[in-house]
Design a protein around this ligand. Structure first.
Ligand code: SF4
Length: 292
């Protein structure tokens, strides 16, 4: 099983959507292309992230971007990503998405740590690739930070979420997964006290930074969280492969409203109704099994 915070979020929002995106690896190429489609808004966030990584890489090589270059790079990334959109996006909507992206990006660049990097206050730092995983004894984990900055003999690991959900009690354990990543990466310290963790996320119109000091206990708890999640995902995948129609649906209608599989889901006719139909299907399924 593969674990990442994005996968975890989707799994707990809607097991069916999680299965379609990550659990259904046996589908044909054309079906996979369809399943990989995203909403324009999500593609805008993805384009922002890609542009951020490029700009940080350039900053590491002492290349500064002008506002014009930023706009150009965002536009280029957005237009390319929109080719994978669930629906066609006209020029006006593309421009609106670009304005959102530009606004968020400009504010992100003013964050404390990024300004410190711009001012060259820390000579040792790296931009990391969040799409690279590490393999633990049991699972493959995508938990790389976006930035690792050495500040006074401590590695400060930063994860930047282009759109984060409201604060949750589990945030600290999820952030601790960055230590699991570092400890399996090679080249980084095994000692939890050698790190400090930060998450920067866009929430309600602002970039918020949360910081955590990892301990051996918190990293152990993070391991347990990953183990439990992966076991639950494994069971859901097995179940979904045998009967997709019986997989649990979304927790709320709001989740369905932003789901790229909505058109092809029983919940497109209403989540409540889909749940009732699912109950009937379950009854039929289990009574058939007991007869057999
Ligand atoms: S439309 Fe709702 S229930 Fe259906 S897959 Fe998407 S989130 Fe899940």
């Amino acid at each position: 099983m593969n674990w990442s915070r994005t996968r975890r979020d989707l799994f707990f929002k809607c097991p069916r959507a999680w299965f379609l995106r990550y659990g259904n690896t046996t589908e044909s190429k054309s079906q996979n292309e369809f399943l990989n489609k995203r909403r324009p808004w999500d593609l805008m966030l993805r384009a922002m992230k890609e542009t951020l990584v490029e700009r940080l890489e350039d900053l590491r090589h002492a290349k500064q971007w002008s506002p014009l270059l930023l706009q150009h790079q965002l536009k280029y990334a957005l237009e390319r990503h929109l080719q994978n959109s669930t629906k066609s996006v006209n020029k006006r909507s593309t421009e609106a998405l670009l304005r959102y992206a530009n606004h968020r990006f400009t504010l992100l660049w003013r964050c404390h740590i990024i300004q410190q990097l711009v001012q060259r206050k820390h000579p040792c730092w790296y931009v990391l690739d969040r799409t690279e995983s590490v393999t633990t004894e049991k699972f493959e984990i995508y938990a790389s930070p976006d930035l690792a900055v050495l500040i006074q003999n401590k590695w400060h690991l930063f994860r930047i979420d282009m759109q984060s959900v409201s604060k949750k009690s589990i945030d600290e354990l999820e952030a601790n997964a960055m230590i699991i990543w570092a400890q399996h990466q090679g080249g980084f310290s095994q000692l939890e006290s050698s790190y400090r963790l930060h998450t920067i996320g866009w929430r309600r119109g602002f970039w918020h930074t949360e910081s955590f000091q990892p301990t051996r206990k918190s990293v152990e708890q993070s391991h347990q969280l990953v183990d439990l999640d992966c076991e639950a995902m494994r069971q859901t995948r097995t179940y979904g492969r045998s009967n997709l129609a019986l997989l649990p649906l979304a927790r709320s209608k709001k989740i369905c409203d932003s789901c790229s599989y909505q058109l092809y889901c029983p919940a497109s006719e209403g989540l409540q109704r889909a749940r009732q139909e699912q109950k009937l299907l379950e009854l039929a399924h289990f009574s058939n099994r007991s007869k057999a």
